[in-house]
Structures are given as structure tokens and as C-alpha cells.
Design a protein around this ligand. Structure first.
Ligand SMILES: NC(=O)c1ccc[n+]([C@@H]2O[C@H](COP(=O)([O-])OP(=O)(O)OC[C@H]3O[C@@H](n4cnc5c(N)ncnc54)[C@H](OP(=O)(O)O)[C@@H]3O)[C@@H](O)[C@H]2O)c1
Length: 265
């Protein structure tokens, strides 16, 4: 049994539902999903309603009472308001995990107050919905046992790396924004596939399998990225012509800029 016996997730949107779904399926903690309105709770119930450890409510206050771990998954502009609502119901040693982008530990501490309440600022990417997330986090006022328990709870749905807070923006740009660029790459390949005679859906499907195979190779082989490229680019062959065209069209520079630009004011 986790040291977090009752976990409340506030916000039943994309992120909150993905996290609550992962927790309810993979832990024996009581998981309470709270949302201000009923629509999204009903959607969640349709998928996870059979789990005996799940509670659904529109009453955020009662949800938080007795919870040792509270996940805030509302939009950043709503964080302050939600914290004001839950503050009177927090236990002295509760842990708050916030996934609201851009609201760092010092902002959260200012809103929450007592240093005895543990804080985790966590930025997942959307692949957490399928148990393949890349999530970064930073924390304050939380001991190793409580951090280990968070690792354990989130492990079935995401890789979780605790990093220095100064790197959270960079991590967000690389992996939370970056996932969109992977979709754009696949969509561009699908468009090319149509010109070559496949339907869009066929080409997208085939190329998605190709990307998935490439990531599996990267993860399983000892070769560097350049060695993997070299292994496909026979001198004088077809692939090197395409790789060099990518370079001539500025592919590397465009990807670098796409990751760096979101961090510029
Ligand atoms: N999507 C991503 O890639 C991503 C990545 C990292 C972090 N995040 C963070 O995750 C958080 C949630 O994003 P999302 O994509 O899941 O948004 P979303 O799908 O729009 O869901 C937001 C949820 O918050 C609820 N909510 C909004 N205002 C509220 C309030 N004042 N009190 C109580 N509940 C309120 C909404 O309730 P209703 O159903 O009543 O509207 C909705 O269920 C954001 O802070 C975002 O920065 C998202």
C-alpha cells in the first residue's frame, strides 16, 4: 500500500483524467477525481467507473479532506482560486503536485504557505495518456520517502525525472512542446506519401510504425544517433540524398529553433 492512502486529483480535463486514470488502475490508493462541473466526470466514469478505489465528485472541499496527496490539474489561471478553496482542508503534511505550466515552486509556496506541506511542480507531456509520458519535476519540503512514493505511483504512466527548477522551462520546451513537432514530422511524411500514391491514412500509419521502430532502435542499441543514421545511408545510395536534402532545407536549424523559440519572451 502506498503511503498516500487517499489521493485527490482536481481537474478532470486531459491531464487530470490521464493522471487519475493511471493512478486508479495501477495503485490500491483511494483515488478521488474532483471537477467543478459534471460533464468530464461522466466521461471518466464511462472508462474507469468499475474501479472500486475510484470516487468522483464536484465537491472539491470534501475531496481534499483526508487526502495525503493532491494533484492540481486545472489551467494555470485557476490555480490560485483552487488553492484558496482547498487550503483550509489540507493536512499539515499533505503533498501538493501541480502540473500547471509556468507556476513554479516559489509561486506555489507563496499561495500554499506552510513549509510542512510538500510541493511538487510537475510537467508531463500528453503521452502520459497512454502510459508513455516524459515528465519532469522539481520539489520543495518533501522527504525522500514521499518522493519515492510519488515515483512509484507515476511509474506505470510516465518516466519521471526530478531536475533543478532552473531547467523546468527547457524541459517543457523539449518534451511537452516537442511532442507536437513529432506529430508535425509524421504529418509531413504522410503528405509526401500521398504524392507517392498512398492514402494519407495509410502513409501516416506506416510512418508512425517507422518512428516507433526508430525510437525502439535508439533505446535498445548501443549505437549513437549518427551511427544509426550511417547504418541507413549507403554511400551513393538513396537515403543520403534525402538526408542531405533535409539539411539543405534547414531541417536541423528549424528543429533547434522550434525548441528554443517557445522560451523566448
Ligand atoms: N496538455 C498538456 O500537454 C500539458 C502538459 C503539461 C502540463 N499541462 C497542464 O495541465 C493543466 C490542465 O491542462 P489540460 O490540458 O488538462 O486542460 P483541460 O483539458 O482544459 O482541463 C482543465 C480542467 O480544469 C477544470 N477547471 C478549470 N477551472 C477550474 C476551476 N476554477 N476550478 C475547478 N476546476 C477547474 C476544468 O473543469 P470543467 O470541466 O468544468 O471546464 C477542466 O476539467 C494545465 O495547468 C496545463 O498547464 C498540460
Amino acid at each position: 500500500m502506498s503511503i498516500y492512502k487517499k489521493i485527490t486529483v482536481i481537474g478532470a480535463g486531459n491531464m487530470g483524467s490521464a493522471i487519475a486514470g493511471g493512478l486508479v488502475k495501477n495503485s490500491d490508493s483511494e483515488v478521488c477525481l474532483a471537477n467543478r462541473s459534471e460533464g468530464r466526470l461522466a466521461n471518466f466514469a464511462a472508462n474507469f467507473g468499475e474501479f472500486p478505489n475510484l470516487r468522483l465528485t464536484t465537491n472539491i472541499e470534501t475531496a481534499v479532506k483526508g487526502s495525503s496527496l493532491i494533484v492540481l490539474a486545472v489551467k494555470p489561471y485557476a490555480i490560485k482560486q483552487v488553492i484558496e478553496i482547498i487550503k483550509p482542508y489540507l493536512a499539515e503534511d499533505s503533498v501538493i503536485v501541480s502540473v500547471a505550466a509556468g507556476i513554479g515552486i516559489s509561486d506555489l509556496r507563496e499561495m500554499i504557505g506552510p513549509a510542512s506541506i510538500g510541493l511538487v511542480y510537475m510537467i508531463p507531456n500528453t503521452a502520459i495518456q497512454v502510459g508513455k509520458g516524459m515528465t519532469f519535476a522539481t520539489s520543495s519540503g518533501i522527504d525522500n520517502d514521499k518522493l519515492d512514493a510519488i515515483h512509484h505511483l507515476f511509474a506505470p504512466i510516465t518516466r519521471l525525472e526530478f531536475i533543478d527548477e532552473s531547467k523546468m522551462g527547457a524541459a517543457t520546451a523539449l518534451c511537452s512542446c516537442g511532442i507536437a513537432y513529432v506529430y508535425k514530422f509524421i504529418a509531413a511524411a504522410a503528405q509526401a506519401g500521398v504524392e507517392l500514391g498512398f492514402s494519407y491514412d495509410e502513409a501516416a500509419d506506416y510512418f508512425t510504425t517507422t518512428v516507433s521502430g526508430a525510437t525502439a532502435l535508439i533505446e535498445s542499441s548501443n549505437l549513437t544517433l549518427q551511427q544509426l543514421v550511417n547504418a541507413v545511408t549507403t554511400p551513393g545510395g538513396m537515403t543520403i540524398r534525402g538526408v542531405n536534402e533535409l539539411e539543405r532545407k534547414g531541417f536541423t536549424g528549424a528543429v533547434i529553433d522550434s525548441i528554443i523559440t517557445p522560451l523566448k519572451k
